[in-house]
Design a binder for this molecule. Structure first.
Ligand SMILES: [Zn+2]
Length: 206
């Protein structure tokens, strides 16, 4: 007896169809699945949804073509270090001033400004949706090892925080404000650089 079965419902395991190809199992697919990364993390470790292959569950990374311009690794490290250093050295005097002038809740504005500057300068690839635009998938771990260079980050944290803590109490607010100003300037330069690079890419794009 023959079952009335639609052949379309059976997943195509030959890997013949699909817009994308998995770099791990070479299977083809139209839509990637997502999984939380890192898996089984403690509550304090931030997790995010990473694209995975629907066939072999390999963690994938979407590479857009052309790749949106990113700051060089070292500069990204310095930006992270600077943001970190500014974050941990927010002067109590500044918080006190904000509390008396604007109110309790506005104290959060300072760390928010630091995070905002960092995101503007580095523009982490959080907002690129997997599978959108022209591009292909690569294995996520093939790039993960080369991504972070902690030295520049550590150096800029130690450099700035060291300066801050070596400064007498009375002048710390000034030192911090100078650091924040420099960070804002660096952020502006990074944004200007990115706009110019993007324009260049668009001009050379076919
Ligand atoms: Zn796969």
């Amino acid at each position: 007896m023959e079952l009335s079965q639609s052949t379309e419902a059976v997943p195509d395991l030959t890997g013949a169809g699909g817009r994308f190809q998995c770099p791990a199992c070479h299977g083809k697919f139209d839509h990637c699945t997502t999984a939380l990364h890192p898996a089984n993390a403690r509550w304090y470790v931030p997790q995010d949804h990473k694209p995975t292959c629907p066939r072999c569950a390999a963690p994938l990374e979407w590479k857009r073509l052309p790749e949106p311009p990113q700051l060089p690794q070292d500069l990204q490290g310095i930006a992270l270090g600077a943001a970190w250093a500014l974050w941990i050295t927010i002067p109590p005097a500044l918080n006190q001033w904000i509390k008396t002038q604007l109110g309790w809740g506005f104290v959060i504005l300072t760390p928010l400004a630091v995070i905002g500057l960092f995101f503007l300068a580095v523009r982490p690839a959080l907002w690129t949706t997997a599978g959108q635009g022209t591009g292909h998938f690569v294995l996520a771990r093939s790039t993960a090892s080369s991504r972070r260079k902690p030295w520049m980050t550590l150096l800029s944290i130690v450099g700035f925080a060291g300066c801050y803590w070596a400064t007498p109490q009375d002048h710390r607010l000034t030192v911090w404000a100078a650091g924040f100003g420099l960070a804002a300037l660096g952020c502006l330069l990074a944004v200007a650089w990115r706009i110019r690079t993007e324009q260049g890419l668009r001009r050379s794009a076919p």
